[in-house]
Ligand binder design. Sequence first.
Ligand code: ADE
Length: 250
Amino acid sequence: MRIDVLTLFPEMFEGPLRASLLGRAIQDGKLDVAVTDIRDFATDKHRTVDDAPFGGGAGMVMKCEPLFAAVESLRGANSIDRIVLLSPKGRRLTQAALRELAQAPDAVLICGRYEGVDERVRDALCTDEISIGDYVLSGGELAALVIIEAVSRLISGVIGDWDSVTTDSFYDGILGPPQYTRPAVFRGMGVPAVLREGNHAAIRRFRRKEALRVTRARRPDLLSACSEEDLDLLAELEREGSESEREKEA
Ligand code: ADE
């Protein structure tokens, strides 16, 4: 997959694109990321990329011309599958949206700045507008990095152990189960016995049940699309819950 990032702050990408699994994926050519300075597409001698809003008001708005020119400079702009504007006004990012994005052969991420971006960029240039959460950043750069990092995990061969992707929180819509590593007892705190007994079917069931327990407690909104097995496990959790309530009362 090829991702082009359009930004006014290319230096914000230097470290993150070199580090860790993402850095390796890029180095190995599994993911191609190019960062372009929008200012290179300004046409005046001051390299202006923003202007005051029509109608007045505070702040500056990113201008159409440099953004259109930057996108059009990318190979065959018409054939780019996804042109995504990062902004707090966008659709909230989900793992499902990332999976969809990871299917595209190429995508452009436009990092908005200042008070916003001229609406005609959104209307005529972008296929999507994405927010990474209900809070306001100074610009879309960190949001673009979140997307690049999360998409890279879904590209075949980036994560050596595919199991670790399939047990990620949100891979199949719910939070991940708790994990433990050595020592088996730390400061008197143990590890659930089933994880040390080597019965893979029992481990799989335990993990699914614990994932459901965590999701039920922290993000019950994610439990709407459960399988039959999940519903059985949830019923089991309910029964255990009411048993322990009874024990407390006794
Ligand atoms: N730019 C500013 N805030 C943002 C957010 N929450 N998500 C994406 N881009 C942004």
